[in-house]
Design a protein around this ligand. Structure first.
Ligand code: ATP
Ligand code: MG
Length: 567
């Protein structure tokens, strides 16, 4: 469309950006396939404060794309202008980008769509006044007239790409284009649980979300309720959402949805941050499901990087990466405490999650000063009874028999201790009785030399002793000497090629803890077992090991009585 005069008429909200501002905005291809049209129209509806967005698609988007919303609408004076290039109500000066909260800001989308299709827009503003309709074909404004309609906006796009045969040629099979559209609408719905979305493809309802502000309910509508129930909540000040427990995974990364201030973005590094939290919990080539909204001060993130607005740049990406990884890590470690409970409807007993909060931990000592807040599920007071099958510790709690996985429990105790030391920068190492000579691969050797200071933080000390050999003199304290070589071998393999090992503090602590802990199958002396139980009760998260597996199983007396059919 021709460029109308710069400036705003009375009552007009949408204005054409000045050339200087327009030139400062990342420009380029906006609409390359039907899903891009759906995205732009739905994002406009979200920006308009809609509570309901209904999307209808026919013939894979080439027949029809219709988006109806109940948002604030567009005034008659604004409606024709909305289709001009650089026409927007969301931004006036480039500086506004620093505080932008809307998904749109370029004033490009409607113009780009109207240039390559036959478009009709009908809208009525919530401010009052009547409805209005415009029709634009291939960028030409054909009609602009009053029209009866309810408050909100309906955009209809037909014969998409009719005048750009090249783009038509690049479209994939209808089933593929439909799948891309479904995925897109699903992601928009997950990013906006307060909005009720529906998607109809060739007359078939594909998505319908409740829009009641509940992410899990939205997730159930987009996926299924079983998957939604299994998802773990991530609820930190700057990261909110759902991630799958380790046992739930998919074969592609397509189910990881990262949003920044509600905007769906593509960001390989942030997806990697999420995957990092699953280290040791995940099979290779299997990927988690996640919907995570990262909340960042708009001034800290640049959204004006790419024409499709899918990429962003952070002022401090490291901090965002760390916050995301930490939030997922915490959510994954909230493994439940299991208890034998009566099943809902029948006489059977089943293991269910519980959140037992005991009055006092097993030792009557208060937690040492500076110990982290004890806010997770706590263990009841335990009296040690004995060891079974060289793997389980048995303890008595008030009115319950308690079984503890000795390896998982010891891992938890060591992990907390090691992490505290690493975070506090106080390595604790033990001199080895006899120095160990280790043969390394060239990559491991390089890692050993490049990461010497990090290895020292962990407690490993040694030097080169031949072209492929190092002589190790000290290892982390708490680590049985017989396991030192194996652990260093694993750490060096891990380190090869990694320039930022300190990002993996927790994973490294978990690895050292796992290899230092008493094994499942080792006999334990009563003193050692008692010591372990008291140390476990003092940890911040006694109910799970660092890999998220439970440490403890509670068999309450009343349930055991039922099982033995005692009156
Ligand atoms: N569904 C809608 N409800 C209310 N206003 C709308 C709607 N769709 C578009 N508009 C108005 O039309 C203007 C132009 O929309 P358009 O999508 O072209 O640009 P934008 O959203 O401002 O920026 P972007 O190109 O980044 O999407 C918007 O700024 C908004 O004022
Ligand atoms: Mg827009």
């Amino acid at each position: 469309m021709s460029r109308p005069e710069v400036g705003i008429e009375p009552g007009q909200r949408i204005a054409i950006l000045s050339a200087a501002v327009a030139d400062g905005i990342a420009a380029g291809e906006v609409v390359d396939r039907p899903a891009a049209v759906v995205k732009e129209l739905a994002e406009n509806a979200i920006d308009a404060g809609a509570a309901r967005i209904d999307v209808r698609v026919e013939a894979a988007g080439q027949g029809l794309i219709e988006v109806v919303d109940d948002g604030h609408g567009i005034r008659p004076v604004d409606l024709p202008v909305a289709f001009a290039r650089h026409a927007t109500s969301k931004l006036r000066a480039l500086d506004d980008l620093r505080s932008i909260r809307t998904l749109g800001f370029r004033g490009e989308a409607l113009a780009s769509i109207a240039a390559v299709a036959e478009v009709e827009a009908v809208s009525r503003s919530r401010d009052g006044g009547g409805g209005f309709r415009v029709r634009i074909h291939g960028g030409e404004l054909l009609t602009a007239e009053p029209a009866g309609c309810s408050a909100g906006t309906r955009l209809t796009v037909e014969r998409l790409f009719f005048n750009t045969p090249a783009r038509l040629k690049f479209l994939k099979q209808p089933a593929t284009e439909n799948a891309v559209i479904s995925r897109l609408v699903g992601e928009l719905a997950l990013g906006n649980p307060t909005i009720a979305f529906s998607l109809e493809v060739d007359g078939r309802r594909v998505i319908e979300t409740p829009g009641i502000g509940d992410l899990r309910a939205t997730f159930a509508a987009v996926y299924d309720s079983e998957t939604a129930t299994a998802m773990l909540a991530v609820d930190e000040s700057s990261v909110r959402g759902l991630i799958s427990p380790p046992a739930l995974h998919r074969g592609t990364r397509d189910h990881v949805v990262v949003l920044v201030n509600g905007r769906r973005i593509q960001h390989r590094n942030l997806v990697f941050a999420i995957e990092q939290a699953y280290r040791g919990l995940r099979e290779p080539d299997r990927f988690p499901l996640a919907v995570l909204n990262v909340l960042v001060d708009p001034a800290e993130v640049d959204v004006n990087v790419h024409p499709t607005k899918r990429e962003v740049r952070f002022r401090n990406e490291g901090a965002v990466f760390a916050a995301l990884e930490r939030a997922c890590y915490r959510a994954l470690r909230q493994s439940p405490l299991y208890e034998l409970q009566a099943s809902a409807g029948g006489p059977l007993l089943e293991l269910r999650e519980t959140a037992i909060v005991s009055s006092a931990p097993v030792t009557s000592h208060p937690p040492p000063q500076g110990e982290k807040g004890l806010d997770g599920p706590r263990l009841p007071p335990l009296t040690y009874v004995g060891q079974l099958l060289n793997g389980y510790l048995v303890a008595e709690a008030p009115d319950a028999v308690v079984l503890i996985d000795q390896h998982a429990a010891h891992e938890r105790v060591l992990f907390d201790r090691i992490l505290q030391r690493l975070e506090g920068g106080e390595p604790a190492s033990q001199l080895l009785l006899i120095p160990h000579d280790l043969d390394l691969t060239p990559a491991q050797l390089a890692a050993f030399q490049q990461q010497a200071s990090w290895l020292q933080v962990l407690g490993f000390e040694g030097e080169l002793f031949g072209p492929h050999t190092i002589r190790l003199r000290a290892a982390p304290s708490d680590m049985p000497e017989g396991r030192v070589q194996r652990v260093l071998d694993l750490i060096l393999t891990d380190l090869a090629g990694d320039r930022t090992p300190d990002r993996r503090l927790r994973e490294t602590a978990a690895l050292i803890a796992c290899h230092s802990a008493v094994r499942f199958g080792d006999a334990m002396s009563p003193e050692a077992a008692r010591q372990l139980l008291s140390s476990l009760a003092l940890t911040a998260e006694p109910i799970s090991c660092p890999h998220g597996r439970p440490t403890t199983l509670i068999l309450p007396d009343d349930q055991l009585r039922r099982l033995f059919k005692r009156p």
